[in-house]
Design a protein around this ligand. Structure first.
Ligand code: FEO
Ligand code: CA
Ligand code: CA
Length: 675
């Protein structure tokens, strides 16, 4: 069969790793307010970090607000020696630590345990670890720190590394092989869909200290094809009626699963982030249920799955054009079944995954639950990772009771969106019928309409436009909530606000807040934790001085706070800029640890070439840490790929193709990681 390269149009919605910008609302940037808070003179001098620090020190009530809430606790130790930045094709950890890689893409975990090979079939991929490892959690079996189910997301794929047929083609990281007429080979499409989703895999530490896959009935792949149930207010409504599910209760697959969350009842939630790019839609008119998420009139999807040769139903559904007489005869509503949080019970391999629609529909980066309190509502925070999008939280209607809690708690409650006031206070705006302008007169018919149009509802409510909200984390001692804001170079001078204080925000920042009363409350006090950047343009707010060489970083993305309160920060400098220009000083993507009381930050890990570090968790005893390495080698140019010259061969080395994989990190003395 003739295969040639993808034509290579650069549609920003389709490009891997790009976060489409589609917020055209007039919601405030607080530009005027900022001008009052940051001295004009300082801005004109170009010393923005200093200006922001000055504003923080003098005008934000954060310190007093937090102090009033008693929000401080013993600081965690950062007992390791910081490592330098790196541009090497290897993983580096501090002195006294060991690191190895397990579960690379293609590792067999279920079925007949099909061995990894570049020409493995699409069906085999459905029994192997997926690609592009992201959010990860360790579910201990019987409380063990040596035996458990590792559950992880597979955000997307690089088809050129997936298919032996791609060898010799000039494909970049977004490219894929296709036939001369633009159709796609069915098995390649199947392999790409099966390399997405989630892996559930039992791993155990052997007597030699090495972690191995254990064949187990719970090992499971959830993919872009797995049947899933819809639950919550959008389930069974006209929004999600399709040919596959005329009653709107079911859908197939989960895509672009970035970060995750773990519920208080010990299930796993996988986020659906940049799902919009996978859909084509040739309709002349595209309503806000798709347009507000970046789907425009176009006959192309990210990987052209709707052009599979067979025309099989599970592939053509990625064309959302109105082709039938009614929505029950086509897939015009298929995109409305994406953009949710998907609940998976890793301990029950027969359980159908459930899309929990009351948590809202957007580019979910992940979700973080506040510690559950018996008799109190369940609270979960989630960010919408696109430029100028919002931070949300869900508060359950029913109280949490450990003995009976399950996912149905997520089906009734209130979704809120955050507004950050310029004075360091903030409020949660309910996205509920009749509240905050969400009325039929303003175009919101009912709760299902609000939820399927979460972004539009948040626009209406007047939320604060953020610089790409990524992961969140909750400090277990103080209850403070942290969120990474990775960057936003589209924020122009004059559009800054106190919570997003930098125009052309290349490097990102981390915000945190303390809820007033409880996590279920509607008011909070907030501050910035750190403005990321290099030695000239960075500011850890507590520590005061710009970041030193041991701590410079850019584009915070992954975030996790361990049981001792270490704040683990992971970076995702884009493939398009890493190791070039103003980003050169940061080297390859990395992970650092921060002290939440002092603001001190130290670099703990650097990754191989072309990747991002994303996803981190430890075993319950904190003596083994798992960290994911995603898309090594992604910076290989198309011509270099054609010539077989790859910029990374991690983790296998030699001339191997690079593969996403999971790091296992331990201390030589068996101690707690980071202490
Ligand atoms: Fe999938 Fe926003 O990173
Ligand atoms: Ca991410
Ligand atoms: Ca990212």
């Amino acid at each position: 069969m003739t295969q040639h390269q993808h034509p290579g149009h650069v549609d920003p919605v389709l490009a891997a790793g790009d976060e489409p910008m589609s917020n055209a609302s007039a919601n405030g940037y607080f530009g005027d307010i900022l001008e009052a808070r940051i001295s004009r003179r300082a801005m004109l001098r170009g010393s923005l970090a200093a200006a922001v620090a000055g504003a923080m020190a003098t005008q934000l009530p954060f310190g007093s607000a937090f102090a009033a809430g008693g929000a401080s606790a013993p600081a965690p130790s950062l007992g390791f020696k910081a490592i330098p930045v790196s541009a090497a094709d290897s993983v580096v950890v501090p002195e006294g630590y060991r690191v190895s890689a397990i579960l690379p893409w293609g590792t067999p975990i279920s079925g007949d345990m099909p061995a990894f090979s570049l020409d493995a079939s699409g069906e085999a991929q459905g029994h192997q670890v997926g690609s592009h490892h992201d959010g990860v959690h360790f579910f201990p079996l019987e409380g063990s720190s040596r035996d458990g189910l590792l559950v992880m997301n597979h955000e997307y794929v690089e088809p050129r590394f997936l298919h032996a047929a791609a060898a010799g083609l000039a494909l970049d990281r977004n490219g894929f092989p296709q036939n001369a007429d633009g159709s796609r080979d069915d098995d390649q499409v199947l392999k790409e869909l099966n390399a997405h989703g989630v892996s559930v895999v039992r791993i155990r530490e052997g007597s030699d200290g090495q972690w191995q896959v254990v064949e187990d009935a719970r090992n499971r792949r959830i993919t872009g094809l797995t049947p899933m149930r819809l639950a919550g207010p959008v389930a069974g409504t006209e929004h999600v009626v399709t040919k596959y599910s005329p009653d709107g209760t079911m859908t197939r697959g989960t895509l672009n699963n970035c970060a995750h969350g773990v519920t208080p009842w010990n299930t796993y939630l996988a986020a659906e982030e940049n799902w919009a790019g996978y859909f084509a839609n040739s309709d002349a008119e595209i309503d806000r249920r798709q347009a507000r998420y970046g789907i425009q009139t176009r006959d192309t999807g990210r990987y052209q799955w709707h052009r599979a040769e067979s025309g099989a139903d599970e592939f053509v559904r990625f064309d959302a054009s109105s082709r039938g007489a009614t929505p029950a005869e086509d897939y015009r509503n298929e995109p409305h079944a994406f953009g949710w949080m998907v609940e998976i019970d890793p301990l029950d391999p027969a359980a159908t995954p459930v899309k929990r629609t009351h948590l809202g529909r957007f580019a979910h980066e992940g979700v973080i639950f506040a510690p559950a309190v018996e008799g109190q509502p369940v609270v979960a925070y989630s960010g919408d990772d696109a430029r100028f999008e919002y931070i949300y939280k869900f508060v359950s209607a029913r109280p949490y009771h450990a003995a009976t809690a399950d996912g149905s708690l997520l089906d009734e409650g209130t979704l809120y969106v955050a507004r950050f006031h310029e004075d360091g206070r903030g409020e949660w705006l309910a996205l509920a019928p009749g509240e905050n302008g969400l009325t039929p007169e303003n175009g919101f018919a009912d709760l299902a309409d609000i939820l399927v149009n979460t972004r539009a509802a948040a626009d209406q409510a007047g939320a604060t436009k953020m610089d790409r909200p990524e992961w969140g984390a909750v400090d277990p001692a103080t209850g403070q909530v942290y969120f990474t804001l990775t960057n936003n170079t589209r924020r122009e001078a004059g559009d800054e606000d106190a919570a997003n204080p930098r125009a052309e925000n290349h490097f990102g920042h981390i915000i945190r807040w303390q809820e007033e009363g409880s996590h279920a409350g509607t008011r909070f006090a907030w501050d910035l934790f750190v403005l990321a950047g290099d030695g000239d343009d960075s500011q850890p707010i507590l520590a005061g001085e710009p970041l030193g060489q041991e701590a410079i970083f850019a584009n915070p993305d992954g975030l996790w706070i361990d049981a001792d309160r270490r704040v683990w920060i992971q970076t995702d400098i884009s493939e398009s800029v890493m190791n070039t220009g103003i980003f050169e000083v940061f080297g390859n993507n990395q992970m650092l640890a921060a002290n939440p009381e002092t603001g001190e930050i130290r670099r703990f890990l650097t990754g191989p070439v072309g990747q991002e570090i994303t996803g981190v968790v430890t075993t319950p005893d904190q003596r083994t840490m798992f960290v994911n390495v995603q898309h090594p080698g992604a910076t290989t140019e198309a011509e270099a790929f054609a010539a077989g010259e790859l910029v990374s061969h991690w983790p296998d080395g030699g001339s191997a193709i690079p593969r996403s994989a999971t790091l296992v990190i331990t201390r030589e003395d068996g101690g707690i990681i980071g202490a």
